[in-house]
Design a protein around this ligand. Structure first.
Ligand code: GTP
Ligand code: MG
Length: 177
């Protein structure tokens, strides 16, 4: 590789949507059916290479705690973030609305130019789906009216489907010198 870049990425979203599970799938390629709820936040790193641009990207990942009592800590983690994953659970309507609240807050408070991804996790549970992809599209259209572009995708931390793709599209959206 010719180029190297390092970016800070934060995960936000309601408790139990699977933020930590997504990170563990990405970093360790493992999944735990009984993962414990995060306390405060967890820090992990992972590197990916984009062959097309011969670039290696190191993600410094802050996996925040979704429980309400930790909400006030979030700004510490997104304040200097280059990218944010706002995660919801496709089987939970309330978690989708919570993810939208995070996007709203990021637009107001996060650094200019932050790359935002809206991620629907637990795609393996499509039989219990409460959030349709068409609704997500509709929301994205409305949320993009101010010129911001938001990456959207579904994934399953359990099966691994779509997880690497999300980090790859974020990596491609980040500015490398
Ligand atoms: P907090 O740390 O409390 O904010 O939660 P979190 O968003 O980090 O959720 P976590 O990764 O701990 O996952 C919550 C539960 O959902 C766990 O029991 C996981 O095993 C389960 N889970 C996570 N991802 C998936 C998925 O893709 N599919 C299924 N079926 N279950 C999942
Ligand atoms: Mg967690």
């Amino acid at each position: 590789t010719n180029r190297f870049a390092q970016f800070k990425l934060v995960l936000l979203g309601e408790s139990a949507v699977g933020k930590s599970s997504i990170v563990h799938r990405f970093v360790k390629n493992t999944f735990d059916d009984m993962r414990e709820s995060t306390i405060g936040a967890a820090f992990l790193t992972q590197t990916i290479t984009l062959p097309e641009s011969k670039t290696t990207i190191k993600f410094e990942i802050w996996d925040t705690a979704g429980q309400e009592r930790y909400k006030s800590l979030a700004p510490m983690y997104y304040r200097n973030a280059n990218a944010a994953l706002c995660v919801y659970d496709i089987t939970s309507r309330s978690s989708f609305s919570k993810a939208q609240d995070w996007i709203k807050e990021l637009k107001k408070q996060a650094p200019e130019g932050i790359v935002i991804a809206l991620v629907g996790n637990k795609s393996d549970l499509a039989d219990s789906r409460e959030v349709e992809e068409s609704e997500v599209e509709e929301y994205i259209q409305q949320a993009s009216e101010d010129g911001s572009s938001i990456i959207t995708s579904e994934c399953s931390a359990k099966s691994g489907d779509g997880v690497l793709e999300i980090f790859t599209s974020i990596a491609k959206s980040l500015p490398v010198e």
